[in-house]
Design a protein around this ligand. Structure first.
Ligand SMILES: Nc1ncnc2c1ncn2[C@@H]1O[C@H](COP(=O)(O)OP(=O)(O)OP(=O)(O)O)[C@@H](O)[C@H]1O
Ligand SMILES: [Mg+2]
Length: 244
């Protein structure tokens, strides 16, 4: 029996009685729930199987989740080359643990499902990596380590990750408020955001800083581009970490 299938809300009667070998489930999360398109998107394991409907932050952030249902409906625009753009989102709160990353992960699942089902419907092959989750802190650690140890292979990996982040249709940039990062790492993040805004690609940012601060983290011009076609959602409340 299948539990927690990402397609549960999309199948009449749900996926509870489906076989574990369902081709659609495997296409999304692989045979072992670690692969498929969600695995290729590098969603961290603790956030992997969340949708808007099953997100633990849904109740506390009810107003935001109401808006997000409308936002997810715009994911159909990915199949309409000349249509309106899918907006970017900036999810932020001063305090940690309010459900920003959880929400970003649920939206990346929704995007991948929309891409997969929309492709099937149109008789097209779904991309293997329609979306990517970029943990900006992890990229920074990898980058610092590689520069410190003159590790060419490590640096090449960082560059490859950066290229993927520039090109992918839908990107989550988790923890983009890197106030204390080195100038050279900031320039990497700057380049990713710049490439995506230039090409009109949607990005979902999470941050502990108000969006206005992006002008001091990066520069006024980039901050201006980030704000263009971007909805800002402020997460309220105290940290829920460890309360589940
Ligand atoms: N409103 C909520 N109700 C219950 N649990 C929640 C809620 N919001 C978040 N959580 C849980 O709290 C933990 C932290 O959530 P999450 O990582 O999404 O927070 P965050 O806002 O990204 O924090 P940070 O600012 O530190 O990155 C997770 O285990 C998540 O499931
Ligand atoms: Mg987070």
């Amino acid at each position: 029996m299948t539990r927690n299938c990402l397609l549960d809300a999309h199948k009449r009667g749900g996926c509870k009685t489906c076989l574990m070998t369902c081709a659609h489930r495997i296409a999304l999360t692989g045979l072992n729930s670690k692969g498929g398109r969600i695995g290729a998107a590098k969603v961290p394991s603790e956030y992997r199987n969340i949708t808007l409907a099953t997100s633990p932050a849904r109740k506390e952030q009810a107003d935001i989740y109401g808006l997000l249902a409308d936002y997810v409906a715009t994911f159909e625009r990915q199949f309409d080359a000349d249509g309106q753009r899918i907006k970017s989102l900036y999810l932020w709160s001063e305090s940690p643990g309010t459900g920003k990353t959880t929400t970003a992960a649920s939206l990346i699942s929704e995007y991948i499902v929309a891409h997969y089902l929309g492709s099937l419907k149109r008789g097209q092959q779904a991309e293997q990596r329609p979306a990517l989750f970029l943990d900006v802190n992890k990229l920074q650690t990898d980058y610092n380590l590689a520069t410190m140890t003159h590790d060419e292979a490590g640096l090449a990996k960082v560059t490859a990750e950066m290229r993927k982040a520039m090109d992918v249709s839908f990107l989550v940039m988790d923890d983009v408020g890197i106030r204390s990062a080195s100038e050279s790492f900031k320039s990497i993040v700057h380049a990713i955001i710049n490439a995506r805004t230039t090409n009109g690609k949607p990005t979902l940012y999470t941050s502990n800083l108000p969006i206005a601060e992006m002008a001091t983290v990066f520069d006024a011009r980039l901050a201006d581009r980030m704000r263009d076609q971007c909805a800002v959602l402020h997460f309220v409340g105290e940290s829920k970490r460890g309360k589940r």
